[in-house]
Ligand binder design. Structure first.
Ligand code: FES
Ligand SMILES: [Fe+2]
Length: 383
């Protein structure tokens, strides 16, 4: 029964499975890369990696945003460094100084007459990647022909109302986590409606599965809590307009909160007071980097990193390697989630691991079934 199929242990630990995902799933996967105001001037760029594909988003001299594979067409050096910045008027490879225009066209090759007399520049522009914009958010896809409208359509008319440019939210310093688990372990935890009242008893405190709803929207999923569960809609640490913690009492007061899982690598979490967007970067079969950009209300700290257990000032990365307290004593649900994901990965590594039962219901573990179905529909594996 394909409907109930659950991915086996190898899907979470096997490098061959991971390569298969890169070739068959991530090769055509949309992921959040930035917001339109990251690219104000010509040459402004963001460098991202989508499931193993280095990609850069660049504003070109005509003012258009484009996405290219961040791979030199000569011997493959990456061209854009760090997270982002301004690349200048052209893209110059540091290795042999091949020079590309901001739209990726190959402009110049040093010593062309002697070294490459027959080279046709028009055939060696940077490879294009797909790009789409929704509510000011920029998404990219390694496949230049991928259809963004088809991908975003299922949530387009039920998305969060947040307008990052019209509201008074400000962007806080991004959070970067290195988590020792397969990307699917993290994704499955994010869509697991069964654990909220238990793992997060001291932080989110619920809701229990009966007050908790996940809806399918194409391959995407949208979570919200129903009326009785509404006081649990927001993390208790989010303050209300009077600066009080955990006093959200009604649906109206809570406004619009929820979680959007945009298959396969993006998580959008809107609250009445802000918005956070997590991009998952699978870095190996058993490791994942999370980059979280978030926008907060005027009363909230713009740099929360020092409050987060495991933050290393030198690297700027949050990791369990640097934990000093027990995760359940931190009062931070994200730390609790990282902890449990790493514990699940440890269990999956055991040859004694066997698939257990998945609970039923859209407020429990049905979303994990849907997630598996979406993955299996893209991979050439027998089930
Ligand atoms: S690798 Fe880029 S110019 Fe040689
Ligand atoms: Fe959680």
């Amino acid at each position: 029964m394909t409907e109930l199929h659950r991915l086996g242990r190898e899907a979470y630990i096997d490098p061959v499975w991971h390569e298969r995902e890169v070739d068959q799933l991530f090769l055509n996967a949309w992921c959040f890369a930035g917001i339109t105001s990251d690219f104000k001037e010509a040459g402004d760029y963001k460098a991202v990696e989508i499931g193993g594909f280095p990609i850069a988003v660049v504003r070109n001299k005509d003012g258009d945003l484009g996405a290219v594979h961040n791979v030199c067409r000569h011997r493959g050096a990456t061209l854009f460094d760090g997270n982002g910045g301004n690349i200048g008027k052209s893209i110059v490879c540091p290795y042999h100084r091949w020079t590309y225009g901001l739209a990726g066209e190959l402009r110049g090759v040093p010593d062309k007459q002697t070294c490459f007399p027959d080279l046709e520049r028009s055939k060696l522009g940077l490879k294009p990647a797909g790009l789409g914009i929704f509510k000011g958010l920029v998404f990219v896809n390694p496949d230049p022909n991928a259809n963004f409208d088809d991908w975003i359509a299922p949530i387009a008319d039920q998305a969060w109302p947040h307008d990052l440019y019209a509201s008074d939210v400000r962007e806080a310093v991004p959070l970067v986590y290195d988590v020792k688990c397969n990307w699917k372990v993290f994704a499955e935890n994010a869509i697991d409606g069964y654990h909220l009242a238990y793992l997060h008893e001291q932080t989110l405190g619920g809701p229990t599965p009966d007050k908790n709803v996940w809806e399918q929207a194409g391959d995407h999923m949208i979570w919200y809590a129903n009326e009785e569960g509404v006081r649990h809609r927001l993390p208790k640490k989010i303050r209300d307009e009077n600066g009080k913690i955990g006093t959200i009492k009604s649906a109206q007061q809570a406004g619009f909160g929820g979680v959007y899982f945009l298959f396969p690598l993006t998580l959008v979490v809107p609250t009445p007071y802000g918005l956070s967007i997590t991009a998952l970067k699978p870095t190996s079969a058993s490791t994942t980097r999370l980059t979280i950009r978030h926008w907060v209300g005027p009363w909230q700290s713009l740099d929360e990193r020092k409050y987060i257990q495991g933050f290393d000032k030198k690297t700027g990365i949050i990791s369990s390697d640097n934990w000093t307290r027990h995760p359940l004593e931190t009062g931070d649900f994200q730390t609790e989630d990282v902890w449990i994901c790493e514990k699940v990965q440890q269990g999956l590594q055991s040859p004694a691991f066997e698939l257990g039962p998945l609970s039923l219901g859209p407020g429990a573990e049905d979303p994990i079934r849907w997630f598996h179905r979406s993955i299996l529909s893209r991979l050439q594996v027998s089930d």
